[in-house]
Design a binder for this molecule. Structure first.
Ligand code: DX5
Ligand code: ZN
Length: 215
C-alpha cells in the first residue's frame, strides 16, 4: 500500500480547519504542504502562518515541499514550525548536502526533489543521503495540471537504482496523480502519492483518499 499525502494547496482555505479535520479522519498518511516563493516557481502559495495552523490542527505528519530559491535560508525554520519532513529542489541549490545536514540536525526527514526537465540520474549521488526523493510529474507551481507520462521512465530508472544499491530511499510522486493512474504508479515503483485536486475536487475526499490508498 502506498503512502498517501493529500496536498493542502488544493483545499478550501475559507474552511482550512474543517479540511484538516477531514484529513485527520481519513486514511491519509501525511499532509503535503506546498510552499512557493514566486521566484523559483511563478506562483506564491503560503508560508509560516499556514504552517502554524496546520501544526496546531493536523494529526498527520506534515510533508513540506519547498519550491523556493535559497532553501538553506529556511529549512531550519520549517523544521521548527513542525515539519515532519522537509524537501527542496536539487536545481535550486549548488550543493544540497549541507542543506540536508541542516534538516538532519533538527531530527527531521529529508527529501530531494526534481522538476520534470531534470534528469533523474542527477539524484543518484544523493540517494544514500536522503529519506525520500520526490519526482515532479508536472512542473512545480500549480495544482490541477496534467500528469506528464514520461515520468514513468524516471520512476523505473530510480527504482532500479535504489534496488541495485539496496537502499531504503522512498520515491514520492507529485503532480496530476489521480485514481486513474495511482495503481500504475505504484506498480511502477512509487512509494508515496501526493494528490491535490484529485482529493479536494471530488464529492467525497475521504473515499477518494481510501481508494488511493488501495492502489
Ligand atoms: C505543484 C505542487 C503539487 C500540487 C499537486 O507545484 O507541488 O503538490 O499541489 O496538485 P495536483 O495533485 O492537483 O496536481
Ligand atoms: Zn508538492
Amino acid at each position: 500500500m502506498p503512502f498517501v499525502a493529500p496536498s493542502i494547496l488544493s483545499a478550501d482555505f475559507a474552511c482550512l480547519g474543517e479540511q484538516v479535520g477531514m484529513l485527520n479522519e481519513s486514511v491519509a498518511d501525511w499532509i503535503h504542504v506546498d510552499v512557493m516563493d514566486g521566484i523559483f516557481v511563478p506562483n506564491i502559495s503560503f508560508g509560516f502562518p499556514i504552517m502554524e495552523v496546520l501544526k496546531r490542527t493536523a494529526k498527520k505528519p506534515l510533508d513540506v515541499h519547498l519550491m523556493i530559491v535559497h532553501p538553506e535560508r529556511y529549512v531550519e525554520r520549517f523544521c521548527d514550525a513542525g515539519a515532519w519532513s522537509v524537501g527542496f529542489h536539487l536545481e535550486a541549490t549548488e550543493d544540497p548536502l549541507p542543506i540536508l545536514q541542516l534538516i538532519k540536525n533538527k531530527g527531521v526527514r529529508t527529501c530531494l526533489t526534481i522538476n520534470p526537465d531534470i534528469a533523474v540520474e542527477r539524484l543518484f549521488p544523493y540517494l544514500q543521503h536522503v529519506d525520500m526523493v520526490l519526482l515532479m510529474s508536472v512542473f512545480a507551481g500549480f495544482g490541477g495540471q496534467k500528469f506528464i507520462e514520461e515520468t514513468y521512465d524516471k520512476i523505473k530508472l530510480l527504482r532500479a537504482e535504489i534496488t541495485r544499491r539496496n537502499l531504503q530511499t522512498l520515491i514520492e510522486i507529485d503532480g496530476g496523480v489521480s485514481l486513474q493512474n495511482a495503481q500504475e504508479l505504484v506498480a511502477t515503483g512509487v512509494d508515496a502519492l501526493v494528490a491535490g485536486s484529485a482529493v479536494f475536487k471530488t464529492e467525497n475526499p475521504i473515499e477518494t483518499i481510501r481508494q488511493l490508498k488501495q492502489a
